[in-house]
Design a protein around this ligand. Structure first.
Ligand SMILES: [Zn+2]
Length: 597
């Protein structure tokens, strides 16, 4: 099979909207956090075919996968043909073999250059004593800056914060010494190439700035943010687009926040705010990177968050940015709130002057958020006209329908008085919104009953029926690794393929391991060469379940531990029953050793 380079698949994935692809053939309706329709792969009257931002899954027939799988199944095409078909629809040409491999290689080189640069910037904050021991360098302007922001050494290490020295070539000489080429450093946007009158010169992109490495969800360093130490301009310099980074695609600190205890994330304007929040224990904070919130970031957030609290500056600019972000988030249907920063212009100031307790109180105070929403909503309506007034009331009723009864009642009184309408009619509108939502969520719940393995699927893996407890633990492990590949960094060392009891899951893990170890993509679009359709569909299901779980690292570790225990029990049984058939029979009858508790 001709190999299609990862870099091309990445570009295709970037371009393709699976909902567009599917909705040309299937009528899709919003249903909770997915789009739902009648499955094109089996006959059904009530919809069980769900589409997420990048994959689909049918709870009726277990068909699932990404846009490429969809085309393969629907058009009955092979992998390469399906990619060509899909690329054609989006005006892209599939590269000839070898042609794009250079780009994949470059992506990997840029990632290692970025990692080396992050280490270099961080090392500037340290000093080595003659005895070889490392100390923090209190003389370093970068270290002094971070200390001025009251960050602990632990937080500096946690985020890998650093300092880019003044001068034009400190980083360049260091990285050239580590074996990177000038072309690679320019492609990584670490070094700027300057051309004037036919003369070419090179200089470091970041000079005399404190440095913040930007990590993707797998823990790769994909870009940097650099801030000046004083008030000079430009205040922030960020990596521009490179083959591994595109502005507006990623969120700062989501790699940490997504693994936290809460699915209620805080969205800040900048990484400095997010770092300050993490430093005070609000590890659910994430931030945009040098752009207003994009659709892409919002849909990324919707994967990991159930609720978003916007934490934007208290000034005019912050309010406007919050308004725009709310409009973007509205499309995802995640619940949103807005924090009103009383007592400081930004979160950093509030945390440092009033402490985390004050911030927690602001975070928990939701009443202001209604006011903000009502105020924002009314800007679009002409309240002097009857029609405008009615439209605004309808919108207000919708907003209030999310509040508790007392709050809704309180605001209804105010609005009724102000707009001279009867309070009862407003309350009735609120009630009808609630009823409609309740009905919808009941329907969603019915659709989300856990998928049942149909009989014909069991033939895919006979061993699964024999080892149900093992299969469940294995699925948790595999699902988490695909949904949260960075978990591999934590569990890679304790993962043991030999403990896997079912044939299919073991094959899935063995296919994934080399990619996880290399830190390359393990999303479904990249896996067509390793797995067949049925296997990809199973992966999609496992991933989907893992995405709904909080604390994936813990989930994965528990799965591994459980599997180890089950393995040891099996081994004990094996020593008792030397004959394989006897062993299987004994195991089936009694999953544990006779007499063992
Ligand atoms: Zn189906």
């Amino acid at each position: 099979m001709a190999r299609i380079p990862d870099s091309f698949i990445a570009a295709l994935k970037e371009r393709v909207d699976i909902r567009d692809v599917i909705s040309t053939e299937v009528e899709l309706k919003r249903g909770g956090r997915t789009w739902v329709g009648l499955c094109p792969f089996h006959n059904e009257r009530s919809p069980s075919f769900h589409v997420w931002e990048d994959h689909f899954y049918c709870f009726g027939c277990q068909a699932g996968g990404d846009a490429i799988s969809y085309i393969m199944k629907k058009e009955n095409l092979g992998y390469v043909d399906a990619i060509e078909e899909l690329a054609g629809r989006y005006g892209l040409t599939v590269p000839k073999e070898g042609q794009e491999d250079a780009l994949s290689r470059l992506r990997l080189r840029i990632l290692s250059a970025n990692r080396a640069a992050a280490r270099f910037f961080h090392a500037q904050l340290r000093i080595q004593a003659p005895d070889g021991r490392q100390y923090w360098n209190a003389e370093n302007p970068g270290y002094q800056y971070w200390k001025k922001r009251r960050l602990s050494d632990e937080i500096i290490v946690h985020f890998g914060l650093g300092y880019a020295p003044a001068g034009w070539d400190a980083l360049r000489s260091h990285l050239l010494g580590e074996g990177f080429s000038l072309e690679e450093l320019v492609a990584a946007n670490l070094v700027i190439k300057h051309e004037r009158d036919g003369r070419i010169s090179y200089y470091d992109a970041f000079r005399n700035r404190v440095m913040v490495p930007i990590l993707d969800l797998r823990g790769n360093v994909i870009a940097f943010g650099g801030r000046v130490l004083d008030d000079s301009k430009p205040k922030y310099v960020n990596t521009s687009d490179t083959p591994v980074y595109r502005k507006g695609n990623d969120l700062f600190a989501l790699n940490f926040a997504k693994n936290g205890k809460t699915k209620k994330l805080i969205l800040c304007e900048g990484y400095m705010d997010a770092i300050a929040l993490h430093a005070h224990g609000f590890t659910q904070a994430v931030a945009c990177l040098g752009t207003a919130l994009t659709d892409r970031q919002a849909s990324l957030l919707s994967r990991y968050a159930e609720e978003i609290t916007l934490c934007y500056d208290a000034d005019e600019a912050g309010r406007n940015a919050a308004k725009k972000a709310l409009a973007v988030l509205e499309k995802t249907q995640i619940k949103t709130r807005v924090i009103q920063l009383d007592g400081g212009k930004d979160p950093d100031e509030i945390l440092n002057t009033h402490g985390p307790e004050k911030f927690r109180a602001l975070l928990e105070n939701t009443s202001n958020d209604i006011e903000f929403k009502l105020l924002t909503a009314r800007e679009g309506f002409d309240l002097t006209a009857t029609a405008g007034k009615q439209d605004y009331l309808r919108r207000a009723a919708q907003i209030l329908s999310y509040q508790d009864a007392i709050t809704a009642d309180l605001y209804s009184s105010r609005l009724a008085e102000e707009l001279e309408v009867r309070k009862e009619s407003l309350l009735a509108m609120i009630q009808s919104h609630r009823a409609a939502r309740k009905k919808k969520s009941e329907r969603d719940f019915e659709q989300f009953t856990p998928p049942v393995m149909p009989k014909n699927k069991v033939s895919l893996d006979r061993t699964r029926a024999e080892f149900p407890a093992e299969a469940a633990a294995e699925e948790k492990i595999i699902g988490t690794l695909v949904a949260h590949p960075d978990v591999y960094l934590t569990v890679g060392g304790i993962l043991n393929t030999a403990h896997f009891a079912t044939t299919l899951n073991r094959r899935l893990l063995e296919g994934l391991l080399p990619r996880l170890a290399e830190g390359v993509e393990v999303e479904i679009p990249y896996l067509h060469e390793i797995f067949n359709e049925a296997e990809l569909s199973e992966l999609a299901r496992m991933q989907e379940e893992a995405l709904r779980m909080t604390n994936p690292a813990k989930l994965c570790q528990d799965g591994i531990e459980k599997l180890r225990q089950l393995f040891e029990k099996r081994e004990q049984l094996r020593t008792v029953f030397s004959d394989d058939t006897q062993f299987r029979e004994a195991f089936r009858r009694n999953g544990r050793l006779p007499g063992a508790s």
